[in-house]
Design a protein around this ligand. Structure first.
Ligand code: ADP
Ligand code: MG
Length: 254
């Protein structure tokens, strides 16, 4: 028996990574005097790790989540309004299993997108399907198919994914048609799948986003807030962090 024979069998079984390092693995096994079970366990472990990494990389690409925003790079000391234990709890993704929503409120730069995207990454890692949109992107998707009710658009990513991360609600004021499409979206996801929303406008100003339509705003709020986790982040902008430090430094010198 030679390596070629074994590698062929591994490839037949769709092993992707370990066939390329089989020689190395067996050399190490001999050197370390691994027993057959240890060797087999090591080999399967490496194969699984490789596939997991691939799966996550592919799902991350498909999700459209912004790059480089991970929960473990979030500085909680800088933003004390965000309770770390709450985020840690949510990162278990039970909220997705329970079809609950998360809402992040706060002015620009306080880390809303970072936290929303970081939780999105956790969901991808745990095997949930995730899609990220800005509200502007979502509306343009919804408008393209506005002749079909959203609830009937079963194959669309904004309906079928386990988690939709919807960023930047409030930057764009919607007209009546857009408000209606947005309501349809919220309604289609209601109790069927989770949404994470970030908004720079507090709830009392939401009616201004939704064409000043009080009824539609209430209907949207009702559905989003039912079974939801809310974060009001009222701290300083992280983008302006160094600028603020400079200003404080300047003030001290005077
Ligand atoms: P928002 O969406 O609230 O406007 P972002 O999440 O886009 O703010 O944050 C602005 C930038 O600052 C991003 O690059 C983000 O990664 C970074 N950032 C914000 N808050 C923190 C924080 N507490 N720790 C680390 N990076 C942060
Ligand atoms: Mg943002």
């Amino acid at each position: 028996m030679n390596f070629e024979t074994v590698i062929k069998k591994m490839e037949y079984l769709k092993f992707q990574h370990t066939p390329t390092i089989l020689q190395e693995l067996t050399d190490t096994a001999i050197k370390e005097e691994q027993n057959p079970l240890q060797f087999f366990d090591k080999l399967l472990g490496l194969e699984i790790d490789f596939r997991e990494e691939r799966r996550i990389a592919t799902s991350m690409k498909i999700s459209g989540l912004p790059k480089g925003m991970y929960l473990d790079t979030f500085d909680y000391m800088f933003q004390p309004a965000v309770e770390k234990n709450k985020i840690d709890y949510l990162s278990s993704c039970d909220f997705i299993r329970q079809k609950e929503n998360i809402l992040f409120f706060g002015p620009p730069g306080v880390g809303k997108t970072h936290l929303a995207a970081g939780l999105g990454v956790k969901a991808v890692e745990q095997g949930f399907s995730v899609i990220y949109y800005t509200v502007e992107e979502l509306l343009s998707h919804l408008k393209k198919r506005s002749d079909v009710p959203v609830s009937k658009q079963r194959r669309q990513s904004y309906v079928k994914n386990a988690l939709v991360v919807l960023d930047e609600l409030g930057y764009q004021v919607m007209d009546r048609t857009e408000t209606h499409l947005f309501f349809q979206f919220v309604n289609a996801r209601y109790t069927k799948g989770s949404v994470i929303i970030t908004s720079n406008r507090s709830v009392k100003d939401w009616v201004g986003i939704f064409a000043n339509d009080q009824m539609a705003t209430t209907a949207i709020l009702d559905r989003l807030f039912h079974r939801s986790h809310i974060f009001n982040i009222d701290g300083n902008s992280y983008r302006l962090k160094d600028f603020q430090l400079m200003q404080n430094g300047g003030a001290q010198k005077e």
